[in-house]
Design a protein. Sequence first.
Length: 134
Amino acid sequence: MTNINNLQMHQEHQTWKSDDDMWRDDVRVWEEEVQAAQKDIARVQAALAEHLRILQKHAAAIRLYEGNCDRHEHAIVNCERGSAAAQSEAMKEAHPCEADKHEDLRAAHERIKRHHHTRLAHWNLLVKALEAPL
């Protein structure tokens, strides 16, 4: 061990005390940040609940669209089997509307898919970061 005098030891103690003060300040700030993050958990839960509600609403829209499309298809088949020509014309007039509905649903689905994948990718990163050992 090197020869150290009292003045040097005193200076080291002062440096160490300064480090201790800084570390306590850091930990206090970090604790406040974690407490703020804990308060955000309710907001995250609400956002996830809303996301789930949107997914369920989208699933219902898909089922409704499928039912409408099936009815339209059956009506076309009935027209082909000899139903009135007026019905056939009505089907032809309704078809562009059905195509528009399909495109709207496709766009909504793609928007929801991108949003979902982005949210879940961020969520998975967050979970992995929080589970990582110190």
